[in-house]
Design a protein around this ligand. Structure first.
Ligand code: FDA
Ligand code: NAD
Length: 426
């Protein structure tokens, strides 16, 4: 025996919240939809955890950042779910799923059945142990994926005021946490193996702008090396970080952001997996008709590039959730998902947006000693990616539109001279 729903969303993160809103907009009757989440709180805007949540003054706290405030939609508080007859099963891990029988089993021993399953299990932070290092259990070693991690980081920051933090990883988490730590008046050193920060996206020229800006805020960089071990005190707290280049950094706090792995394990051997995620078609439907997947966990066809991708960004979580629900509720009306990849970040007073793909030749433009600059990426003669720091709403819209159009670019020198004007007039 157990409960039965028409629609079950597995996972209670960003995509789950946006899917719930779309289900209600499309008139799902009370009692038909259930969200099961390991987290003890209703879906929230995860990006807040590395930004507003870590501020020393007036930090963001729930319920202020429940979904879907991030897209200026309604804010879905627990009361909202109740009013819409959506069952929230929180603090509950799903242990197994049988996609043929359309049933899942929770860690509390309950069986829940469905007609349609929407997988929104997101991803987990990679642990140092997966690279053969020990120490993740120490109370002053922090990861940042969920609210519990964010609370842990806030506590750790409070007990190391004026102290030293080492940030391991030069990606999104590393960059955003380093900025937040510095704002909290903690001395920060970032350590990462690449030659510059944000190596997955930034060109060396873009990276050097942010690195210089960070240095002006007192943040130090140790590049081209990785952690080799921790030093501990008698209470098991980390006191220093040993690096492979032989140096040692004193540490009252360590923040680790070394990438993620999508949560696919429940579906191995049941659904087609590809590129580390769950493969879906243009309707966000997996290899089993009654199962859809969205957000960080989904590998989907990006029409614009003519290939499948897995993306780890909030805009994709929101839009793929919306599209999947449309495909579920009105299959004959909904077309193929046609997504323009969009990433952004905000640190200190800086703010950038990126659209498209960062392959091919990069053409920089604007004033790299000022506040507004950017880059285009040209591949096979077409503009396929655009980056802009310090833009206005109109300018960001212009680079998004230009990127979607994939215009032909014949002269790179002319493009460089035109800069932002190219996007504004395309
Ligand atoms: P998400 O991770 O949000 O949710 C997955 C949910 O599934 C979780 O609630 C989890 O507990 C649950 N779950 C997993 N397995 C389960 C199981 N077996 N049983 C029950 N529940 C289970 N992006 C961006 O574009 N701009 C930004 O500024 C940021 N900033 C940012 C900051 C921080 C700190 C993080 C960690 C991430 C970002 N991101 C971001 C990335 C963005 O937040 C991310 O892409 C989305 O949250 C993905 O949404 P999903 O719903 O796919 O997964
Ligand atoms: P990431 O992939 O952005 O960066 C990982 C970094 O870890 C790499 O840049 C590298 O420097 C480093 N690294 C990898 N292996 C290492 C090792 N063995 N030792 C030391 N360093 C190593 O991942 P992340 O920063 O951990 O971010 C996690 C997730 O959160 C991503 O999905 C990201 O998209 C998301 N996120 C996004 C934003 C945003 O879009 N603004 C903000 C925060 C988090």
């Amino acid at each position: 025996m157990g409960r039965a729903f028409v629609y079950v969303i597995l996972g209670g993160g960003v995509a789950a919240g946006y899917a719930a809103l779309e289900f209600t907009k499309r008139g799902v009757p009370p009692g038909e939809l259930c969200i099961i989440s390991e987290e003890p709180v209703a879906p929230y805007e995860r990006p807040a955890l590395s930004k507003g949540f870590l501020l020393p003054e007036s930090p963001a706290r729930l319920p202020s950042f429940h979904t879907c405030v991030g897209a200026n939609e309604e804010r879905l508080t627990p009361k909202w779910y109740k009013e819409h007859g959506i069952e929230l099963v929180l603090g509950t891990r799903v242990k197994s799923v049988d996609v043929r029988r359309k049933k899942l089993l929770t860690a509390t021993g309950e069986t829940i059945s469905y007609k349609i399953l929407l997988i929104a299990t997101g991803a987990r932070a990679l642990k140092l142990e997966e690279f053969g290092l020990n120490g993740s259990e120490a109370e002053n070693v922090c990861y940042l994926r969920d609210l519990a991690d964010a609370n842990g980081l806030v506590n750790a920051m409070q007990s190391c005021a004026g102290g030293n933090a080492v940030v391991i990883g030069g990606g999104y988490i590393g960059m955003e946490c380093a900025a937040s730590l510095a704002i909290n008046k903690i001395n920060v050193t970032m350590v990462f193996p690449e030659v510059h920060c944000m190596a997955r996206l930034f060109t060396p020229k873009i990276a050097s702008y942010y690195e210089e800006y960070y240095q002006s805020k007192g943040i130090k960089f140790t590049k081209g090396t990785v952690l080799s071990s921790f030093e501990f005190d008698s209470n098991g707290k980390v006191t220093a970080v040993n690096l492979r280049d032989g140096s040692c950094l004193p540490a009252d706090l360590v923040v680790v952001g070394i990438g993620i792995r999508p949560n696919t394990s429940l579906f191995e051997g049941q659904l087609t997996l590809e590129k580390g995620g769950i493969k879906v078609n243009g309707k966000l439907q997996t290899s089993i008709d009654s199962v859809y997947a969205v957000g960080d966990v989904a590998v989907f066809p990006v029409k614009l590039f003519g290939e499948t991708r897995r993306l780890e960004h909030v805009d994709l979580a929101r839009k793929s959730a919306k599209h999947a629900v449309a495909a579920i509720m009105e299959p004959e009306k909904s077309g193929e998902f046609d997504y323009l990849p969009f990433f952004y970040s905000r640190v200190f007073g800086l703010s950038w947006q990126f659209y498209g793909d960062n392959v091919g030749e990069a053409v920089h433009f604007g004033d790299f000693s000022g506040t507004t600059f950017g880059a285009y990426w040209i591949s096979k003669g077409h503009l396929i990616g655009s980056f802009l720091e310090g833009g206005t709403k109109e300018e960001y819209e212009a680079i998004a539109t230009a990127t979607r159009l994939k215009p032909l670019v014949e002269d790179l020198v002319e493009l460089e001279q035109q800069g932002l004007n190219f996007a504004l007039t395309v």
